[in-house]
Design a protein around this ligand. Structure first.
Ligand SMILES: Cc1ncc(COP(=O)(O)O)c(C=O)c1O
Length: 385
């Protein structure tokens, strides 16, 4: 079709064309891509649990004993006991009264925001929030105020400017997915209280990595002041599916009016069993988080010492800002020639002019692998200056 052809031609000429490339996992950080073994430095398997034998064993057992799929939505065909068990474990880990599982983190954001606010309400969203938050805000029909990234004064101004609304919701990433910086949840909680607003945090990248693995609210000690702690099982928990942890009342409300929960098939027994085991591993084997933090600091300091523009930080996400989409693509291509996989992050994922390589470390990376990656990244970056 003509409009598709024209769109794709434009994407190519703007350096923004995307393609799906077959990539087979060899272990948590090594992949086989187009016949070549590459080191993965852009995944979200922060704790390296995708290959943990205990998770595979639980998933396999659940598939054998319970079947490979849920077979229906929870409100129509009933809720699998593993769903409730996982929700119980998630609530315990997050320190909330209850939790609710969704089919993905994307579905959790879209279905939660659009349930909490609607026409006549206002939602206040950080400029760098994840696309699923942005889509949830749009879908909700509430008035959307986008505040500058981590700018509390701008947020306070925007809250004060929208007084005559029914409900107000402040929503933020906990750890920002493309920048790796952390939302000051204690200060956001104080602002929410002062302006009688609900506060929601998306801990997709904070679960397993921050606050002893329990997330941003735990890190700042403000669990009781956060209305919604949302997250995903697709990153540190190494599987798939989203969740919301909140008060019993909020969870009951979402069960009754979150459309992405109501009108979607429940996660499979395999997914649920693997996620439960991942939480057990988080509790039982703190060495993965310790190693993740050490690896993150090591790569960050090595690259910063060589002069690369990577900000200080405490998370496993290291943004290497390159500016143009073509510069980011070129650097990514050069690294792939050196058997290192780091995808270029370009608009619309990040704002125009802020294209970058998003380097992520995992607990599964060895020092030798990180040293090799650091040398190649420094070499390619210098060659492009
Ligand atoms: C901040 C954030 N929220 C939500 C999501 C969506 O989670 P999922 O991959 O489970 O749909 C992601 C994942 O890309 C994310 O980075």
């Amino acid at each position: 079709m003509k409009f598709c052809r024209e769109y794709l031609a434009r994407r190519r000429s703007d350096g923004l064309y995307r393609a799906v490339v077959e990539t087979k996992a060899l272990d948590a950080v090594r992949v086989l891509r187009q016949g070549r073994e590459c080191l993965l430095l852009c995944g979200n398997d922060y704790l390296g649990l995708t290959q943990h034998p205990a998770l595979a064993q639980k998933a396999q057992l659940a598939a054998q004993e319970e079947g490979v799929g849920a077979g229906g939505s929870r409100l129509i065909s009933g809720s699998h006991p593993l769903c409730q068990a996982l929700e119980h474990d998630l609530a315990a880990w997050k320190g909330t009264e209850a939790a609710l599982v969704f089919s993905s983190g994307y579905a959790a954001n879209v279905g939660t925001i659009s349930a909490l606010v609607g026409a006549g309400d206002a939602v206040f969203s950080d400029r760098l929030n994840h696309a699923s938050i942005i889509d949830g805000c749009r879908l909700s029909g509430a008035a959307v105020s986008v505040y500058e990234h981590l700018d509390l004064a701008d947020l306070a101004r925007k809250l004060a400017a929208r007084k005559n609304v029914r409900r107000r919701l402040i929503v933020t990433d906990g750890v920002f997915s493309m920048d790796g910086d952390v939302a000051p949840l204690d200060k956001l909680a104080a602002l929410a209280k002062a302006h009688d607003a609900m506060l929601m945090v998306d801990d997709a990248h904070a679960l397993g990595t921050l606050g002893e693995g329990r997330g941003t609210a735990h890190h700042f000690g403000v669990g009781k002041e956060v209305t919604i702690q949302l997250g995903t099982m697709s990153k540190s928990l190494a599987g798939m599916g989203g969740y919301v942890a909140a008060s019993r009342e909020v969870i009951e409300y979402l069960v009754n009016c979150s459309r992405s929960f109501i009108f979607s098939t429940a996660p499979s027994p395999m997914t649920l069993a693997a996620a439960r085991e991942a939480l057990t591993v988080l509790r039982r084997e703190p060495q993965h988080l310790t190693k993740l933090q050490a690896n993150g600091q090591y790569l960050r300091q090595t690259l910063r010492a060589a002069g690369l523009p990577i900000p200080e930080g405490e998370t496993p996400i290291l943004p290497l800002l390159l500016g143009s989409a073509t510069a980011a693509s070129e650097m990514s291509k050069r690294l792939e020639s050196a058997s290192i996989l780091v995808s270029a992050i370009r608009p619309p994922t990040v704002p125009r002019g802020e294209s970058r390589l998003r380097l992520t470390v995992s607990a599964a990376h060895s020092r030798t692998q990180l040293d090799y990656a650091a040398n190649e990244i420094i070499r390619c970056w210098r060659a492009l200056q």
